[in-house]
Design a protein around this ligand. Structure first.
Ligand SMILES: [Zn+2]
Length: 137
């Protein structure tokens, strides 16, 4: 049986996985009410049912930093200093969460527990493209 910590770690990692996938697909908006990225249904936030402004646009991966704050980014580069892949830290301490394009997953660490929620190929590519742009600028 999974410990409570592992269960919570799993939920957190899978939540982040869904967020990254949704931001890649362009199916999420930022909901001020929830203070989170949320799916939309009939002009309302699917999480809190709050009515959305007409101006609400679908969020992209670039909104991650503006809305949730990227804590740190680690870039992996080759010997020629060319960007290969990297990881975005979006949580630290309890638990630590990384969107990792080398592992192709959202990786979570909490105490001695670890959990990996795999990302789709298109999400990995989209995150990696963003990281490469950040690295080169
Ligand atoms: Zn909401």
């Amino acid at each position: 049986m999974d410990s409570e910590i592992l269960k919570e770690l799993k939920t957190t990692c899978e939540g982040w996985r869904d967020t990254v996938e949704g931001l890649t697909e362009g199916s999420l908006i930022w909901c001020e009410e929830c203070g989170d990225f949320s799916p939309v249904k009939g002009g309302r936030c699917e999480n809190c049912c709050g009515l959305l402004d007409d101006g609400d646009e679908f969020a992209t991966l670039w909104d991650l930093d503006a809305k949730v704050k990227i804590l740190d980014i680690t870039y992996r580069v080759g010997q020629n200093k060319k960007f290969l892949n990297g990881e975005i830290c979006v949580g630290s301490g309890g638990p630590s969460i990384y969107i990792d394009t080398h592992e192709e997953a959202v990786c979570g660490y909490w105490g001695g527990d670890t959990y990996k929620a795999c990302l789709s190929k298109s999400a990995v590519e989209a995150v990696n493209e963003m990281l490469e742009e950040l690295y080169n600028n």
